[in-house]
Design a binder for this molecule. Structure first.
Ligand SMILES: NC(=O)C1=CN([C@@H]2O[C@H](COP(=O)(O)OP(=O)(O)OC[C@H]3O[C@@H](n4cnc5c(N)ncnc54)[C@H](O)[C@@H]3O)[C@@H](O)[C@H]2O)C=CC1
Ligand SMILES: N[C@@H](CC=O)C(=O)O
Length: 583
């Protein structure tokens, strides 16, 4: 099918992901759905997210319509509200993580159906409108199950119709992946909740899928996939493996279930507390040791976990995974080295420890056992992009890479006092425990030092990077700059010149039209440039509980998949050199 999105480079980086009512059982489930979406975005994919109503809402709305006894078209108008609500909740969750997101109602993208208004078939989509929306967003959220209707104004697509919406979008956009997220890890010969001995399939053709997946996938969606040549993946939240529904022979495949991974969480502050919530959302995947905090007595009323001040208790029994979120450099680095030597995997957001102990933390460690995506950029997946674009020959990186500094400068520009702006950044959980790290540029230098390692393989300790302090900037100076069309920014820069790396953290004014000038609040921005002058810009939230915890949790889920042998998951290589734009 012809499509404005059929450009192979764009289409191969586009996923359609559908979250059904079995995984959206209550409002807190949107947190897990957001984390699942972020996992795709951070590998460089764009995603169209199709959502169902929260479980039970459609039935309740149908009962309400039935009691009133209106027309089919008015029933469709009422029943669609469950999906509209889910789309809004998903948009809010993704925005909280800093994912550039747009929620689109059917009329904004010309999504139209025909036939019975309560069991309609999708017939039209304005692909050009969708492509325009994708230009400025990494995730588009669309309510499933509903569309406009030329005759009746509104329609729903029959039970399970969100599957049909997802397949229709995949067919029309040329996306190479449509993933239906369910509460099972694939299609079984029968419902495994009823018959635990039912056989799971790795692959099924469309006819076999129609037989096996009754009650799991809407039959109209399977027929639409067959007609549109769409490969459907059916998977559980967070899983790599999926059942693929595509032309070809059926292939049974039982997954190896390893049970919960034992996790030691060290630190439960701004970031650790968010990570604890994510971990608790998956009791089937993670078993928590007592969480390391300074004062367990202050946690008496926190029912989420057991707490301890003793590192020995936190690491008791040799956990499979250590998540370090303490802050500081030497102490945490020693703990992480010990854990790696003992064979554990380690995830951290600690840039000071990684920058200062890079060699020790990478020495002897099996590759892939240490991950620190959140250490640079918070929720902006800059380390992933640098790793993937390295082969294109990166020449320089510049960016706003400290959320607190950017937040303060933004507030100064709005007339706030320096002290008030800093206090607010601390209250919001952006600042380091010692905020002079943010203000004096040490934190940005730590991040730059890590990026230099990842991009150029060169060791440049953070202490050797020149820095400028923010403290010279005031509201008056910011106002003077604004009158001249300039904006103050703290900018980290590094570039490879004649085999040597030059790097600095400066506080300077840039013209309002500069790519870094528009960074607002705690936002981070990065511009990666290759030797041919092609650039790639990355934007997102660089600090704060949820964006950072989502990045940490994405690393944790990668570790869990590797640990359990569930590695059939898209990797970092999804970000391609083609993602670089000519200047
Ligand atoms: N807050 C943010 O936006 C981001 C933070 N990070 C990094 O994540 C890490 C954690 O940051 P936050 O959660 O913001 O810090 P935080 O200060 O809010 O939390 C750290 C927690 O660990 C506890 N802690 C420290 N040393 C301890 C020890 N020896 N024993 C027991 N408890 C101890 C502290 O009491 C505190 O509750 C840091 O390395 C930070 O640089 C990275 C990206 C963003
Ligand atoms: N203090 C840091 C936290 C994230 O790395 C910042 O403000 O950027």
């Amino acid at each position: 099918m012809a499509s404005a999105l059929a450009d192979p480079e764009k289409a191969s980086r586009l996923s359609v992901i559908k979250f059904g009512g079995s995984v959206l059982t209550c409002e807190t489930d949107f947190r897990a759905a957001g984390a699942e979406t972020y996992r795709h975005i951070r590998t460089g994919e764009k995603a169209i997210i199709i959502v169902s109503a929260i479980a039970g809402e459609t039935d309740a709305l149908l009962r309400q319509a039935e009691a009133l006894g209106g027309s089919a078209a008015d029933t469709a108008r009422l029943v669609r509200l469950g999906e509209y609500r889910s789309a809004a909740l998903m948009g809010l969750e993704l925005a909280r993580l800093g994912v550039r997101t747009r929620v689109l109602d059917p009329h904004e993208i010309g999504l139209v159906a025909q036939g019975d208004p309560l069991d309609a078939d999708l017939s039209a989509l304005d692909e050009a409108a969708l492509e325009r929306a994708l230009d400025d967003a990494d995730a588009l959220v669309v309510p499933g199950f509903t569309a406009g209707h030329a005759v009746h104004g509104a329609a729903t697509l029959g039970r399970g119709g969100t599957d049909l919406t997802a397949v229709f979008f995949a067919a029309r956009t040329g996306a190479d992946r449509v993933r239906l997220i369910k509460d099972v890890d694939g299609v079984y010969s029968e419902d495994p909740a009823v018959n635990p001995k039912a056989a799971r399939y790795d692959a099924l053709d469309y006819d076999a899928a129609l037989q096996a997946s009754r009650g799991l996938i809407q039959p109209k969606a399977i027929e639409a996939a067959r007609a549109g040549g769409v490969v459907i993946e059916v998977a559980a939240m967070g899983a790599g493996a999926a059942t693929r529904i595509a032309p070809g022979p059926a292939s049974p495949g039982r997954l190896r279930h390893r049970g919960p991974m034992r996790v030691a969480l060290l630190g439960c502050g701004a970031v650790g507390s968010g990570v604890l919530d994510y971990l608790r959302g998956h009791p089937e995947l993670f078993e928590l040791n007592p969480v390391l905090v300074r004062t367990p007595s202050r946690r008496r009323d926190d029912p989420r976990a057991a707490f301890t001040a003793l590192i020995g208790e936190a690491l008791d029994g040799g956990p499979d995974l250590v998540v370090e979120l303490l802050g500081g450099a030497d102490g945490p680095a020693a703990i992480m080295q010990g854990a790696l030597s003992a064979g554990a995997r380690v995830v951290t957001a600690n840039k000071a420890a990684v920058a200062r102990h890079y060699d020790a933390l990478h020495a002897g460690g099996e590759s892939g056992r240490l991950a620190y995506s959140a250490a640079v950029g918070g929720g902006v997946p800059v380390i992933e992009h640098v790793a993937a674009l390295k082969s294109a020959g990166l020449a320089s990186i510049e960016g706003v890479m400290n959320g607190t500094a950017n937040f303060i400068l933004d507030r100064l520009a709005a007339g706030s006092e320096f002290g008030d702006a800093l206090a607010e950044a601390q209250r919001l959980g952006f600042a380091e425990a010692d905020p002079s790290a943010d203000v004096e540029g040490h934190d940005a230098a730590d991040k730059l030092s890590i990026l230099i390692r990842e991009a150029f393989g060169v060791a440049l300790p953070p202490d050797d990077i020149t820095k400028q302090s923010l403290s010279e900037v005031s509201a008056d100076k910011a106002a003077e700059a604004a009158a001249r069309g300039l904006v103050y920014k703290q900018i980290g820069r590094c570039r490879l010149a004649g085999g040597r790396v030059e790097a600095s953290v400066s506080v300077e004014t840039v013209p309002a039209g500069h790519p870094l000038a528009g960074a607002r609040n705690e936002e981070n921005r990065f511009v990666l440039t290759d030797a041919a002058g092609r650039t790639r810009a990355l934007y997102g939230k660089g600090a704060g509980r949820w964006p950072t915890a989502a990045a940490v949790f994405a690393d944790i889920m990668d570790m869990r998949r590797a640990w359990s042998g569930d590695e059939r998951v898209q990797g970092r290589a999804t970000v391609r050199a083609a993602a670089l734009k000519s200047a």
